[in-house]
Design a protein around this ligand. Structure first.
Ligand code: KG4
Ligand code: ZN
Length: 338
């Protein structure tokens, strides 16, 4: 089975072809991503109007190139939401036109299920259920319980900023370039993680929800009141605070739901300190397998959309091109099979 993946929900125009069969490794045959980071960097974040225009400019030549590789897709998987509407419509309308003209069936993939399934991209792994999934991206921070493939129950989410958004906003306060996550993570390696006692919002409350706005504000006030403080110490102490919260909430959900697989995905799962800390904590639970995406599939990419598309295809979740609309607010629970 060959699946074409299309991802345009934010600032990456990405196309991929994967080869997938049930119980076999999922192999990426071709993958092209045109990043707009250098364009949006000047504005300190993604400008939706510019993102839409750039997707429009890039997508057709990239599609022509990837379809010229000698593979005929059996299905087209497109990220139909959530995300920026200016980006989503470019991917969705391209997929619809291609499906109409070629009669290749279409699968609407939720961008977040793409992140979840990124742990299987180019891997030969099997998710054992129940699975607990922590999605940490620029737009989302959610804890999801999966009792089976393509079924999602949200057990917690951020009440304000997403984890990646918090990294980006703190980076802006520190005058580090967008996207802030990688920059903060780099500075943190040479800083002292105990230098500043930043708050760990909601870490000990009874819910599986998160809140990061207060942490961001605490950094803002600290920088204002301590202009000569070491940037590396601020980054390290901030990273420690955010990782402490993510780990504590995940462990709390493990206690309640006893998952057999823990999946951590989304752009923030590229963070080495988060990966190392989670790996070390989960090693204490012999019954849980921890799945993290390969570094190259942590941030937005079409290979993960194609991978999720394969699992939706196994459940016959096709969409007629006439019925498909980009939906910037499409939730994982709305995309759930049950
Ligand atoms: O998943 P993603 O590519 O886009 C969304 O779906 O939002 O995530 C992008 C986010 C950005 O906020 C970026 O700062 C963050 O992922 N990120 C990181 C790292 N690499 C990317 N955050 C922390 N540490 C990193 N190494
Ligand atoms: Zn994403």
């Amino acid at each position: 089975m060959i699946i074409l993946g299309i991802e345009t929900s934010c600032d990456e125009t990405s196309l991929a072809l994967i080869s997938a069969e049930k119980n076999k490794p999922i192999t990426v045959l071709a993958h092209e991503t045109a990043s707009q980071i250098d364009i949006h960097k000047k504005f300190g974040g993604v400008v939706p109007e510019i993102a839409g225009r750039k997707h429009a400019e890039y997508i057709t030549p990239m599609l022509a190139d990837i379809l010229d590789r000698g593979y005929t897709p059996d299905a087209i998987a497109v990220a139909a939401g959530p995300g920026l509407i200016t980006g989503l419509i470019m991917g969705v309308e391209t997929a619809k036109t291609l499906s109409y003209t070629t009669h290749i069936p279409l699968i609407a993939v939720n961008h977040l299920e793409g992140h979840i399934y990124s742990v299987l991209t180019n891997e030969n792994k099997k998710i054992t259920f129940p699975a607990l999934s922590l999605i940490v991206s620029g737009g989302h921070t959610e804890l999801i319980l999966m009792k089976d493939h393509v079924t999602y129950e949200k057990i917690g989410a951020t009440r304000d900023d997403a984890a990646g958004e918090c990294f980006d906003k703190v980076a802006k306060i520190l005058q580090l370039e967008y996207p802030g996550g990688p920059k903060i993570s780099k500075c943190a390696t040479t800083g002292n993680r105990d230098a500043i006692a930043f708050p760990r919002p909601m870490m000990k409350d009874d819910t599986f929800d998160f809140s990061f706005a207060g942490l961001k504000t605490a950094v803002l006030y600290y920088v204002r009141d301590n202009p000569d403080a070491s940037i590396d110490d601020i980054c390290a102490s901030f990273e420690q605070a955010i990782v402490d919260v993510l780990v504590a909430k995940t462990l709390k959900a493990i206690q309640k739901y006893s998952p057999k697989t823990l999946i951590i995905s989304g752009g923030v799962s590229a963070n080495t300190y988060l990966r190392d800390t989670m790996t070390q904590k989960i090693s204490e639970f012999s019954e849980i397998q921890l799945f993290l995406p390969a570094q190259s599939y942590t941030t937005d990419n079409a290979a993960m959309i194609a991978t999720a598309g394969f699992f939706k295809m196994l459940q016959n979740q096709f969409t007629d091109w006439k019925d498909l609309q980009a939906n910037p607010n499409w939730t994982l629970e709305q995309a759930s099979a049950k």
